[in-house]
Design a protein around this ligand. Sequence first.
Ligand SMILES: [Zn+2]
Length: 309
Amino acid sequence: MEAAGADVRLLGSDPDRPNLVAASAAQGHAPPLLLHAHADVVPTDGQHWTHPPFEGSIIDGHVWGRGAIDMLGSLAMSGHRADPAARRGRRAGRRRPARPLARRERPAARSAPAHLVRQHPELFDGIAYGVGEDGGAVLSCLPGRVHPIVVAEKRACWTRLTVRGRGGHASRQGWSGTSMGKLGRLLTRLEDGRLPAHVTPALDRMLDALAAAADEPLAGRLRDLRDPEGKAEIPYDLLPEADAVYLDSVLRHTVNATIVRTPEKINMLPSEFSVDLDGRILPGDWTVDDFRTELRELDRPRRRPRTPA
Ligand SMILES: [Zn+2]
């Protein structure tokens, strides 16, 4: 980026996790455009990969690798975009200055981008628009390839839950109300249950556009999802599973149990241990308390037995 004439700086509170900030000279045709991306990726431990995740091999025309979509591909495009030489290759005078930032996946308060916002607010002067996550994710439910444009993002709401129950020696059979039994019911509730549906303005427009492009009966089912009462079923029967899961997840706050921490004693039923929940709150005015209220409702035992699907 320096070679391309950008003003490049490393800024951050943690020297091991800095932000790379590059500013290209303004041409005065439009307000500055913010391009932001993160360069780190989540680990691959315990996951099955069809192709090695860190080789970046091109297979059938696609780059395979951890982070190719989220979001090294976008980062590469932003870097290219920031290169004035690349821009001059297009029609001169139509291009806006670009400011790519590398940011990191972390809770907001301690994150590298939060440092920029708090300590270097001047970097954002005059910026009217930003382009960030994500790109390349595909919905395959419609003819051709549909790439949704992300216009809003959920907030993480990571929660630690304490599970308490009857402890005892593991050589005895017949204890009731054990914490392990509660854990089993909790995990089943989290997988089978759903937090209530909320149709955000962005989702409403997306469903409208998808329905307009889809054939019946899918079009009608997508339109039904726009009902603010949120009673319509996600069309798992009509969609590829990944697309149905995507719609299921953008329609509500989501929560998944990801880490269980028990005392490591094989011969004791633990009377207490913790479960970490990865919760995500929809963009909007919902608070952490709103999320927890919905979560408590989900965790309540069902009054009626489930009718089999
Ligand atoms: Zn990401």
